[in-house]
Design a protein around this ligand. Structure first.
Ligand SMILES: Cc1cc2nc3c(=O)[nH]c(=O)nc-3n(C[C@H](O)[C@H](O)[C@H](O)COP(=O)(O)OP(=O)(O)OC[C@H]3O[C@@H](n4cnc5c(N)ncnc54)[C@H](O)[C@@H]3O)c2cc1C
Ligand code: SF4
Length: 513
């Protein structure tokens, strides 16, 4: 009997060399990776994001060849590249006479639907397999909450801790506590120096030349000889080890801290290698646990639990929520916000120091840490009433780790509350008080964080009260927000009027703030 001739597609975020596909060499299997306009153009991406994906894909294809596999790599500038999955796959199948097609489950619904359609049109059999990356299946979160009244992330976290036996003492959490969140909220106080972020010097000059020639629309900065992001397994492991040694000992304590002294503070910056599956989440969790066990005097429980929580809880939960709520989720706009995204999101030209710092750093490094994304740029967009599609487009384009399953759940759900409270239990909004308490941004800002109206009053202040007043009907029954309405109600009418007038005048000139 003749062997089937199999074509296996690897997507740009499926670079997992430990997948069972690659554990055995098969003479009848060919792998294909493709750089296509369909993927560079569905949103305008940061230039470092495009360069990192292409470089990581190229490195992965070389690695597979080194391991003895047959690989077809279609470059963006290949003259026969049809620039989309369907035509490239059809061309290859016809030309190379493949008899079977296989692919791994995509993480994005857009590609899931497309591959379903493509395989329906192929005249050869196909098979689809799991990526073996996540710790849960697509439908697990939905099923877990099926008989519960509310999506309560903490209960999911506890379930995951027990299921994977992580930080457990028999059936109880180690140290008798599930969550050390309360110890994760310190402002950066310079008592410990922040180590310099680990940077690689990957040369992407040829990729930049290629995308420039093809007129791919990108934005943001890049040093083509020094792309800083890890793009292969050895760099990813070096980044992980650097994190465990230099940052994990203070990760939890300063997780929410923002400072102009450092753009990544004690964060791991592992999201790109995790989302492209170069690293496995359990491998990262296990490495953090091992580091903690070996060095408990330096790495406290609140540091390691804080870090593991991000991966075991947030990451898996967001992925599950994506499959539970899409595609309807992508159109939700609970507050009916309609404003366009202010122009400074694209160039950082604003007098608000917090916004300027976070946006400029995002343009420079394609990175901002969680609290910067949530409590600065996200908070401002929500307070200003920006249309959630515009907010999504920005987040999906600008960050190195932005792939829809984890971007949209965080942006539309957690940050913009556009789902009316399915993912987050309250809108993550704040006045300048929070920004000032967690950062050094307000110190010499053009605006005054203490004032709500008048010359140089911080826009976050009047916007905050204006937001609560505008959406009172939708929010006042929420126990987590009710106290703020009591504070608002205690203000006298004159004060309220001045605040709302200030917000109105700032909104009229939103692009000039
Ligand atoms: C508005 C908004 C948009 C976001 N968009 C993305 C996105 O496109 N892609 C993305 O990977 N993350 C996104 N996040 C989540 C989080 O901000 C990033 O995962 C994190 O900043 C990546 O940096 P790090 O690797 O240094 O994370 P660390 O702080 O070191 O955390 C470790 C890991 O935990 C995981 N993690 C932490 N928080 C979350 C979270 N809320 N959801 C899912 N995983 C989490 C990530 O894999 C991260 O690498 C977004 C958050 C917000 C508020
Ligand atoms: S004063 Fe207002 S605008 Fe300025 S940094 Fe503080 S919060 Fe941001």
């Amino acid at each position: 009997m003749t062997q089937p001739k199999i074509l296996r597609l690897i997507l740009g975020d499926q670079l997992n060399e430990r997948h069972s596909w690659f554990q055995k060499k098969h003479d009848n299997v060919t792998y294909v990776l493709m750089e296509i306009r369909q993927e560079t153009d569905y949103v305008k991406h940061h230039v470092q994001k495009v360069a990192s994906f292409f470089l990581a894909m190229r490195a992965f294809s070389r690695r597979l060849i080194e391991l003895g596999n047959r690989v077809i790599y279609i470059r963006l500038d290949d003259p026969s590249n049809a620039q989309n999955f369907e035509y490239n796959l059809k061309q290859l199948i016809r030309k190379e006479k493949f008899t079977h097609f296989e692919y791994l489950l995509p993480d994005e619904i857009r590609l899931d639907d497309e591959l379903n359609t493509i395989t329906g049109k192929l005249d050869i059999p196909h098979q689809v397999q799991d990526t073996e990356h996540f710790l849960t299946q697509r439908q697990d979160v939905k099923e877990f909450f099926a008989d519960k009244k509310q999506y309560l992330m903490e209960s999911y976290y506890r379930f995951m801790r027990k299921k994977h036996n992580i930080l457990m003492d028999d059936n109880k959490p180690v140290w008798g506590k599930w969550n050390f969140d309360q110890s994760n909220r310190r402002r950066y106080d310079t008592s410990v120096p922040i180590p310099k972020p680990i940077k690689f010097s990957n040369n992407v000059a040829d990729i930049i030349e290629m995308i420039d020639k093809a007129k791919v629309r990108t934005f943001g900065d890049i040093q083509p000889e020094k792309l800083i992001w890890p793009v292969n397994r050895s760099q990813a492991i070096a980044a992980l080890n650097d994190f465990l040694t230099n940052r994990l000992p203070h990760f939890g304590t300063y997780q929410d801290a923002m400072t102009r002294q450092s753009w990544s503070v004690f964060h791991s910056r592992l999201s790109f290698v995790l989302n492209t599956k170069i690293l496995h989440p359990m491998e990262v969790i296990q490495a953090a646990l091992d580091a903690w066990k070996k060095n408990k005097e330096v790495i406290g429980i609140q540091q390691v639990e804080g870090f593991i929580r991000q991966i075991l809880r947030w990451r898996e939960y967001m992925r599950g929520m994506y499959w539970a709520l899409m595609p309807e989720f992508a159109n939700m706009n609970y507050f009916n916000h309609i404003k366009p995204l202010p122009s400074y999101y694209w160039d950082g030209r604003t007098k608000m120091t917090c916004m300027k710092t976070v946006i400029e750093q995002s343009l420079k490094f394609a990175y901002a840490h969680h609290i910067q994304r949530l409590m600065i740029t996200g908070n401002f967009a929500l307070l200003a009433g920006v249309q959630p599609d515009e907010v999504d487009t920005w987040y999906l384009g600008i960050y190195i780790d932005a792939i829809q399953w984890v971007e949209i759940t965080n942006t539309r759900g957690m940050s913009q509350y556009a789902d009316g409270g399915i993912i987050a239990t309250k809108p993550y909004v704040s006045s300048a008080n929070y920004v000032n308490s967690m950062s050094d941004y307000c110190v010499d800002c053009h605006y005054d964080y203490r004032t709500r109206y008048g010359h140089r009053a911080c826009p976050f202040n009047s916007f905050y009260w204006d937001f609560l007043a505008r959406h009172r009907q939708k929010l006042e029954k929420n126990q987590r927000v009710a106290m703020m309405y009591r504070t608002w109600d205690r203000k006298d009418d004159g004060e309220k009027e001045k605040i709302l007038k200030q917000a109105k005048s700032y909104k009229k000139n939103l692009n000039d703030l």
